[in-house]
Design a protein around this ligand. Structure first.
Ligand code: AMP
Ligand code: GLY
Length: 433
């Protein structure tokens, strides 16, 4: 069986590794892939740009008997790559352009939630600078200002002061720092509570949530520093207990699936629920139309049933008849980034000398490439180190132990991935005594 995986991050490496576990796989094409993906057996990296929809579709069409295409990142989904691949008669894991609007337009997502009664932060939409600035003067603080469109994770400002809010509004509507993505903005009420990521397989008829996880988005320890794509993840997320899961099923997952159906939005892929557990119950902060990165690197290693079977069943609308089972172990993924990330990167081109994976520790590559047979650093987030163990504490310890063997010149990482979860678990034990 031949499979195409579109993208080049740690998420795509986790997808490729999962897919390769199925012995029926004869070849995986990664477009463009990265240095680690290129080193996997049965993998061919195909140079190209994942956002060049016509070229990626032409490549898919050129492969005889391609069984499945899996699209990792948001941009090609927002550009309609999944629709183009389906037009070729090739099953595709990734939502239609219409379905991907849940991520590509934050305003579309908020209006979808309002229409279908899905709990989320109160919001107002603006395209006029004056009206937005007037609103900022009158609304209560803190406020959250968001560019409507995709902004590589940089379009959100949590403003604690009016001046910060004004600056964020001006950046979008006056200075146009996000271009078209910031032509319309959202101003939201600021919610409080622990954050949870729930990824779900969804084929438009059936939605199956995966193990809940916790991302660590800030660059530095103690949730300080600028927002990043994610510096580490633990799973399961202890804040997401059985009661919360039942509430999410009833108030969020089922209404979202029904909403997709009512609005005629075809969705065959991964639906990402970014949730905040507020004192008024769980609320949706955002949807993404793909696996989270690094969430995929912590969640997929816990999957016990066959990933390829699930991806194919999702792409073909047969998810209802498919077994999806996760182990009850815990995982921890720590990201090693280049110094300067998410700003100006320092150590590009540095050679990497890396250890072999262990049975319970896996090294996922993101910003790496092969240069004349040499593995070098080529991006912001470079590696994701995921350990799986019986307890979260053990998984964290193992990931950090392995990390010391992967350090490269000017590597940057957080030392506190999972600590908030451990503190909560310790308190939970006390409360139950
Ligand atoms: P987003 O790109 O919408 O996920 O926002 C990035 C981050 O900003 C989220 O992970 C939250 O930590 C924070 N955030 C976004 N919206 C809100 C909100 N309404 N209230 C509080 N925090 C928020
Ligand atoms: N880790 C956050 C995201 O993938 O959007």
């Amino acid at each position: 069986m031949k499979v195409l995986v579109v993208g080049s991050g740690g998420r795509e490496h986790a997808l490729v590794k999962g897919i390769l576990r199925n012995p029926a796989v004869t070849e995986v094409y990664a477009l463009p892939g990265n240095g680690g993906i290129a080193k996997e057996t049965k993998v061919t990296c195909v140079p190209g740009n994942a956002e060049d929809v016509a070229a990626v579709a032409a490549f898919a069409a050129s492969v005889d008997d391609l069984a499945l295409a899996v699209i990792g990142p948001d941009d090609p989904l927002a550009l309609g790559l999944a629709d183009e691949i389906r037009k070729l008669g090739i099953p595709c894991f990734g939502p239609s352009k219409a379905g991907a609007q849940l991520e590509s337009s934050k305003i579309f997502a908020k209006e979808f939630m309002r229409r279908h009664g899905i709990p989320t932060a109160d919001f107002a939409v603006f395209n006029s600078l004056d009206k937005a600035l007037t609103y900022v003067e009158e609304a209560s603080l803190p406020l959250v200002v968001k560019a409507d469109g995709l902004a590589k994770g940089k379009g959100v400002t949590v403003a604690r002061t009016r001046e910060e809010a004004r600056e964020a509004v001006r950046a979008c509507l006056e200075q146009k720092v996000f271009g078209q993505s910031g032509e319309r903005i959202l101003i939201e009420e600021c919610l409080e509570g622990p954050e949870v990521t729930v990824l779900a397989f969804c084929d438009g008829e059936t939605l199956i949530p995966m193990v809940p996880s916790m991302d660590h988005k800030a660059a530095c320890d103690g949730d300080k520093g600028p927002n990043t794509g994610g510096m580490g993840v633990i799973a399961p997320n202890p804040f997401y207990d059985a009661e919360t899961a039942a509430l999410c099923e009833e108030r969020i997952f089922r209404p979202t699936l029904k909403g997709l159906q009512k609005d005629g939005l075809p969705y065959r892929g991964c639906l990402y629920f970014g949730l905040m557990l507020t004192k008024d119950g769980p609320k949706v902060i955002e949807y993404n139309s793909r696996f989270g990165d690094p969430e995929a690197q912590a969640v997929l290693p816990l999957l016990e049933t066959d990933l390829l079977t699930i991806l194919l069943a999702t792409a073909e609308g047969r998810l209802r008849e498919t077994q999806v089972r996760f182990s009850d172990k815990a995982s921890c993924c720590v990201v090693l980034a280049s110094q300067g990330y998410p700003g100006k990167l320092e150590n590009q081109g540095v050679t990497l000398a890396l250890p072999q994976d262990l049975p319970d520790v896996t090294l996922y590559h993101a910003g790496t490439k092969l240069e004349g047979g040499r593995l070098v650093v080529s991006g912001g987030r470079v590696l994701g180190i995921t350990a799986v163990a019986d307890t979260l504490e053990q998984a964290i310890a193992k990931a950090y132990e392995f990390l010391t063997e992967c350090l490269f010149y000017k590597a940057q990482y957080r030392t506190d991935i999972g600590q908030k979860a451990l503190t909560y678990l310790a308190g939970d034990k006390e409360r139950k005594k």
